[in-house]
Design a protein. Structure first.
Length: 459
């Protein structure tokens, strides 16, 4: 079994995916691709992903596919949750991502789930093309890089006064009056849109905005996307009416949904949801929360008595800083102060080093999301009376973010602080969600610090 197979979580059901000579994302893998003249096969998977498991059990267990990959490729396997920066740059539209790369990490082609026959033909076609067209590929790669560089912003934008109105109008126009939520199938919770409606309903004294948000939450908690036995939300619905879910349960999704339930005053749903999180994902010793629980449509179709006789779906016990920090913020908003306090104490003892910010998870360096959610959690901890020391931590994190992630010329913050720049990791990306969080956190922090000499960095 390869080194990567020993450290990577394959499908829990029978499969032969470990017979592929998987490499971790590393300089060694890229060097091997250059020395052998082989393309790289990049598989981006996730512990909780149903179709990733299916691909392990079918495509990556097919003897012919295994043979072609080991003979013609340098296969690299990446966990989306561990390396969101790689996923950001290489995801081909979902999980699993199946990307064919040059030895320098540029994308040749790719897709998501590929059944065995389609995968085998794609592997042969790409390998043959790669061997025979090196000059043409190099030219195409150069052109693609030039186009990407030309699209990078070179001037500072302006904050328009009507921006919130524009976004709110877009949310309202996407709202589904029959089933709640936004758009058609497949339907995701879109918790950020729900939170916007709830917050703006208060600021504008607009009951209709609140009605949209509450109806969405009621439809979700009353439908198939909610686990009515153990509590908690499934990842999304394949249908417009929330009736047929994909059964993964993600900590990342629950943080904003807990916040939304608290703001909406839906106490019963809030208690059932946090009850699931505390009972299944929370480590009672540390107070830290696991990343996810696997999908298992057979288990979740059972009632409470049947589940007692059946092993529950696998829980990925890896702790991710950004998701835990976001949940701490949500728990504080939900007045679950004691759980939030223990969570934050354990998280910062584990992941924080003064001057160096936060790590992402065990063995994985920090990224922007880890820093900004931890910053906001520290600010909220101070505001909720968890101790003056949180203000010191928040100020230190703000300095770290500015120095290591900030764009001193155009403003904003990059998703990575440098380091590994293999393949497309050298591309500088400013993710909208994380930049929005850091802007809100800095507004509150700078207001609390009350120092007029501080730059208006949140702009």
């Amino acid at each position: 079994m390869s080194e990567a197979a020993e450290e990577f979580h394959f499908s829990p059901r029978a499969n032969r995916a470990s017979e592929i000579n998987w490499h971790p994302w590393s300089q060694e893998a890229f060097d091997e691709a250059r020395h052998t003249g082989r393309p790289i096969l990049l598989s981006i998977s996730a512990v909780w992903c149903h179709w990733c498991h299916v691909m392990d059990e079918t495509t990556y267990s097919h003897p012919g596919v295994i043979d072609i990959i080991n003979r013609e490729y340098v296969p690299v396997r990446v966990d989306n949750d561990v390396r969101p920066d790689i996923n950001q740059r290489y995801n081909m539209g979902g999980w699993p991502t199946t990307a064919f790369l040059t030895a320098s990490g540029d994308i040749l082609t790719g897709g998501t789930y590929l059944p065995p026959d389609q995968m085998a033909s794609s592997l042969i076609r790409v390998a043959d093309y790669y061997r025979a067209n090196q000059t043409d590929i190099a030219s195409r790669v150069l052109e693609a890089r030039k186009r990407a560089a030309s699209g990078v912003a070179r001037s500072v934008g302006e904050l328009e006064p009507g921006l919130v109105d524009t976004i709110l109008d877009a949310v309202k126009s996407a709202y589904d009056p029959e089933y709640g939520g936004f758009g058609n199938a497949p339907k995701f919770p879109q918790a950020d849109a729900i939170l916007l409606l709830l917050e703006q309903s208060v600021l504008r004294s607009d009951a209709e905005l609140r009605r949209m948000a509450v109806n969405t939450l009621e439809q979700m908690t009353g439908g198939g996307t909610y686990d009515h036995v153990e509590g908690g939300f499934f990842r999304y619905s394949t249908t417009q009416d929330w009736s047929v879910p994909h059964f993964e349960k993600m900590l990342e999704d629950h943080a904003p949904l807990v916040h939304a339930l608290a703001l909406a005053g839906m106490r019963n749903a809030l208690e059932k949801t946090t009850g699931y999180l505390d009972a299944v994902l929370r480590d009672p010793k540390t107070g830290l929360f696991a990343g996810s629980q696997d999908a298992d449509e057979h288990y979740y179709a059972m009632d409470a008595e049947e589940r007692k006789e059946t092993p529950s779906p696998y829980v990925d016990r890896r702790v991710y800083t950004s998701w835990n920090a976001a949940l701490a913020v949500a728990y504080l908003e939900a007045e679950k102060r004691q759980v939030a306090a223990k969570l934050l104490d354990s998280l910062f003892k584990r992941a924080y080093r003064r001057g160096d910010g936060m790590t992402h998870s065990e063995g994985a360096g920090g990224q922007l999301g880890d820093q900004v959610w931890s910053l906001w959690a520290a600010v909220r901890a101070f505001q909720h009376g968890l101790g003056d020391g949180w203000m010191t931590v928040a100020a230190d994190l703000a300095t770290h973010i500015e120095e290591r992630y900030g764009d001193s010329q155009l403003g904003g913050y990059f998703d990575r602080a440098g380091g590994d720049e293999l393949g497309r990791l050298g591309e500088r990306i400013k993710p909208l969600a994380e930049n929005s969080i850091v802007a809100m956190a800095l507004i509150e922090l700078d207001t609390l610090l009350g120092d007029p000499s501080l730059p208006h960095r949140e702009r």
